[in-house]
Design a protein around this ligand. Structure first.
Ligand SMILES: Cc1cc2nc3c(=O)[nH]c(=O)nc-3n(C[C@H](O)[C@H](O)[C@H](O)COP(=O)(O)OP(=O)(O)OC[C@H]3O[C@@H](n4cnc5c(N)ncnc54)[C@H](O)[C@@H]3O)c2cc1C
Length: 432
């Protein structure tokens, strides 16, 4: 029997697993898919507490304010590059939007400066053609590769003893005096003293399997990866005109056309309304747009839902909507501390990313290849990928070509046939 079983290997589930692994607790994560970060591969990676301030979502704001402050050190320990770019919310009229944001920011301890239009352009020159009148600037915000962050959380949790059980779709549960017996749709059983529901979009169904009724609505979002020639250096949210944000893997995210929806992922449109609004209202052109679509789970009021179930051994952490990455470090830390378990002396806090041959000098590359011959076998030249890197992605949990590509290829680069062939050969060699 595990001390804690987490349902869902998204950013919240992986962060909770990682923080619990600091303590003398046995931890399992059950995940329906074959890898973590399957539900959020396209997340924008904006770490910005201000996203919880207008409209004000008090539960999320509490964790987002702390999460934003701790993110730089947190990501550094996990070996994930974090760019503290700052973030801006821009207004085209002189009404109270910027002031309201600043008031809420002060209330929550989120760093914020109110700017005039001219001051905003001085901070972010890409806004020169936007004709904005006021802005709220959040200097502590930044951007991270969301999936790299989730992969690193998983790896660190695993290295510290947490177990990840993939292909386990929770379908029912029975409660005993000691905890819960969780059953998957294929009949596998996992027992745990405590259960944490971090199932994101599937959180409502998981709640029902745990005997609770939680109403979750879903919102479809159409976004685009694009080139934005004016090259803003930070995420900028425009009043009623979408947003643009630098993608740490190259290019920009442009969003978003949203609508309430059923659970299915909507048709990909390339966010034409968002791109038109950015062009017409903010004067920013988004070129070479490649669209993607996603669905977010929202609670009533859009706030984070953090509550016990009917059984006191169940905790639901749902509705992280547009701010899951921002709140995850603080939320997971608070939950892990609340269990008051003994700290482990042998916890390994530091993680390193996959060694990238392209980033090494010729001498370093040769030395690596003579130590580990797979690094001598080049699979792709642009971007540069060797078999050694694919083998390392597999060792870190990639179970599909897509999973390996997401760990190794930047931005919109696609794996080619040689990449897929090497992945197939190396997984076979490992008996996976
Ligand atoms: C397009 C997009 C852009 C975003 N941009 C940002 C951003 O810029 N900044 C930010 O902070 N946040 C952003 N987010 C939000 C962030 O990605 C979400 O908060 C996050 O995905 C939710 O995380 P989660 O761990 O709660 O759930 P999910 O990521 O949804 O993970 C839940 C996991 O549970 C699993 N699961 C579901 N049902 C079951 C079951 N029955 N049994 C077992 N497993 C199950 C799923 O397979 C999934 O892996 C964005 C989200 C989207 C969609």
């Amino acid at each position: 029997m595990y001390d804690v079983c987490i349902i869902g290997g998204g950013v919240l589930g992986c962060a909770v697993a990682r923080e619990l692994s600091r303590y003398s607790l046995s931890v399992a994560v059950v995940e329906a898919a074959d890898d973590v970060c399957c539900a959020e591969p396209a997340a924008g990676g904006i770490v910005c507490a201000a996203r919880t301030l207008a409209p004000f979502r008090p539960a999320a704001a509490k964790y987002a304010a702390t999460g934003e402050k701790m993110f730089r050190a947190y990501a550094a320990a996990l070996g994930v590059p974090y760019m503290q770019t700052g973030c801006m919310t821009a207004f085209f009229d002189d009404a109270d939007g910027a002031r309201m944001l600043a008031v809420n920011a002060r209330r929550c301890g989120v760093g914020c400066t109110e700017l005039t239009g001219e001051e905003a352009v001085a901070v972010e020159p890409a806004l020169a053609s936007a004709h904005i009148l006021r802005a709220a600037y959040f200097p502590n915000a930044g951007v991270v590769d969301a999936c790299a962050f989730v992969y690193a959380l998983r790896r660190n949790a695993e290295r510290n003893g947490a177990e990840f059980i993939f292909g386990f779709t929770l379908s029912s549960a029975e409660f005993t005096a000691d905890g819960a017996s969780l059953r998957s749709s294929s009949g596998e059983v996992v027992e745990a003293r405590r259960v944490v529901n971090c199932a994101g979009n599937g959180g409502g169904q998981v709640a029902r399997a745990l005997g609770d009724f939680i109403y979750i609505s879903h919102r479809s979002g159409n976004y685009a990866y694009a080139d934005v020639p004016s090259r803003p250096s930070m995420p900028v949210f425009f009043e009623r005109a979408g947003y643009v944000s630098p993608d740490p893997r190259g290019g920009y995210f442009v969003g978003a056309d949203t609508a309430d929806c059923a659970r299915t992922v909507p048709e990909v449109t390339g966010a034409p309304d968002a791109r038109r609004a950015l062009r017409d209202r903010a004067g920013l052109s988004a070129e070479n747009a490649a669209g993607y679509a996603d669905v977010r789970a929202l609670m009533r009021g859009g706030d984070l839902y953090e509550a016990c179930g009917k059984s006191p051994c169940v905790l639901h952490l749902l509705g992280a909507g547009a701010f899951g990455i921002t709140v995850a470090p603080a939320l997971a830390t608070a939950y892990a501390r609340s269990l008051r378990a003994e700290k482990r002396a042998d916890f390994l806090p530091v993680e390193r990313g996959i060694v990238r041959a392209a980033a090494l000098s010729a001498a370093e590359r040769n030395a690596l290849a003579s130590r580990e011959p797979l690094y001598a076998n080049v699979v792709m030249t642009d971007p540069y990928v060797t078999e050694g890197e694919i083998a390392e992605a597999i060792a870190r949990g990639a179970r599909s070509v897509r999973g390996a590509a997401r760990r190794l290829l930047p931005g919109r680069a696609e794996p080619d046939a040689r990449f897929a062939e090497a992945f197939g050969r190396l997984t076979e060699r490992e008996g996976i």
